[in-house]
Design a protein around this ligand. Structure first.
Ligand code: ACO
Length: 443
């Protein structure tokens, strides 16, 4: 048997032996179904809460080696893309699979730029939110609303429709994000300026005041390009998994991307950079770091921006962002929180608690410090993550709807609730005190 790409499983309940094929380092959990104790047994299933060791798709988009801290889009190292590429070129690479030649890049830029405007009704929709609405909540709502403007997006199996929705979403995300930001400040919306690059135009829509033409700082526009490249895709993370799961029902991509943005909103995912700034601000000084670390080790809170499900080494994006911070500070002045972050990192990387759990800085540890230096309010940080991730989501969406092995996502469960019971009429149910113990304490 040695040398064969199979796994031999012996069911000790029955003594039966099964041969399961191994393909690409994986067994198909559906193959476990044949492992039964009797003909009416539904068969063995895999139990994997939070999908920590289950592949849900085959993908050609992003490669991560978390042990060695490697991240590649379509085979290209993140370090090289961050140094030499720009966001729209990287988005093309992610969506189409290859770097564009000059003609295709020009066409792609034109096609995306053509879609930066949003329907005027979107503005009215935005106005309906409360003045203090979180921009991520606004983004979830408005992206979902876009599906009602583009009913043609339901043709998810149509290549031309997929291409059109991809350009639309990549083109419109900065506009929606900037409108959400201006809304929270009570400032008039700024329409896209299609003479500017993707990030320059975004800065213009955010920060233009009375000037006729906004002139973005080239260092800050470039820093944003790099940050956008670093956030463009990250294989099967929480939001991409949400997107794929929702898209598996063949709903339109606006609804699926709205679901992905909702997942990204959470503090354990894209909301982490916001949480990092709150944490650093709360710590407030170098002197209070040891006390904070002590609390984290005692289980009272987490060191936000540290740890990753996949990276058990330094997140390569964090290395690039840490360096980028100083280029931004040359323009904006230093964000004093960087000193607290550096000291936290120094202490944590020597502390057995973090070392033994292989907790290293992730992408969010330094990104918020840059965003804050660039005058973004913390509530905009996850929005700045969602904009570039749209290219990754669209590539993952297109890959999933074209994958003949994919069907509607429908995980199994292990039922641990009550057995069959007879309905009891309301007058005969237990007294309130006894019920308190019986009803679920979870909700
Ligand atoms: N601070 C302190 N302890 C931590 C941290 C942290 N940031 N992260 C994990 N741990 C500890 C856990 O308490 C646990 O310890 P235990 O074994 O003694 O119980 C152990 O390390 C393993 O942690 P898990 O929660 O099982 O790791 P998981 O892979 O499920 O979580 C996650 C990964 C969510 C990123 C986690 O590390 C975390 O909460 N980090 C802080 C939030 C954050 O920075 N999120 C951004 C992630 S990157 C992104 O989404 C773009």
């Amino acid at each position: 048997m040695a040398g064969q790409d199979t796994l031999t499983v012996i069911d000790n309940r029955t003594g039966k032996q099964y041969e399961l094929p191994i393909e690409c380092g994986a067994i198909r959990t559906a193959d476990l179904r044949q492992v039964k104790t009797s003909p009416d047994d539904a068969g063995l299933i895999g139990y994997d809460p939070a999908l920590t060791n289950t592949a849900t798709c085959k993908s050609r988009i992003t490669f991560i080696d978390g042990e060695r801290g490697i991240l590649r889009y379509r085979g290209y190292a993140i370090e090289e893309l961050a140094e030499k590429s720009n966001y729209l070129e990287t988005a093309y690479l992610i969506v189409k699979g290859e770097l564009p030649d000059e003609r295709h890049l020009a066409m792609w830029k034109h096609n995306v730029t053509l879609h930066t405007m949003v329907h005027e009704n979107i503005k009215k929709f935005m106005d309906g939110f409360r003045y203090d609405a979180h921009p991520m909540g606004i983004l979830v709502g408005t992206i979902g609303a876009l599906s009602t403007f583009y009913p043609d997006a339901n043709n998810v199996q149509d290549l031309e429709s997929r291409r059109l929705q991809t350009r639309r979403l990549i083109g419109k995300l900065p506009t929606l994000a900037a409108f959400a930001y201006r809304r929270t400040l009570g400032l008039p919306y700024v329409y896209p300026d299609n003479d500017l690059s993707y990030t320059e135009n975004f800065l213009s829509m955010l920060f233009r005041m009375t000037e006729l033409k906004y002139t973005p700082n080239p260092v800050l526009a470039r820093a944003l390009e790099v940050l956008f490249i670093l956030h463009a895709d990250h294989e099967q993370n929480c939001s991409t998994n949400a997107l794929r799961s929702v898209a598996s029902s063949q709903v339109d991509p606006y609804s699926a991307v709205a679901a992905a943005v909702a997942a990204l909103y959470g503090p354990l995912h894209g909301g982490a950079n916001e949480a990092v700034i709150r944490m650093l601000t709360q710590i407030g000084s170098l002197a209070r770091i040891p006390e904070f670390i002590k609390k984290v080790k005692a289980g009272d809170g987490r060191l936000m921006g540290f740890g990753h499900r996949v990276y058990k080494n330094y997140d390569p994006r964090a290395t690039i962002i840490k360096k980028l911070a100083y280029e931004v500070f040359d323009v904006t002045g230093k964000n004093p929180l960087i000193d607290i972050a550096l000291e936290l990192e120094r202490i944590a990387l020597q502390d057995d608690y973090f070392v033994s759990r292989r907790l290293y800085p992730n992408v969010d540890f330094y990104s918020g410090i840059i965003y804050q230096a660039m005058s973004f309010p913390v509530t905009m940080f996850p929005v700045l993550f969602a904009i570039p991730r749209t290219s990754g989501w669209m590539a993952q969406w297109a890959e999933s709807v074209r994958d003949p092995e994919q069907r509607i996502a429908r995980p199994r469960q292990i039922y641990i609730g009550e057995g069959a019971r007879k309905y009891v009429s309301i007058a005969q149910r237990p007294e309130p005190e006894m019920r308190e113990e019986a009803v679920s304490p979870e909700i």
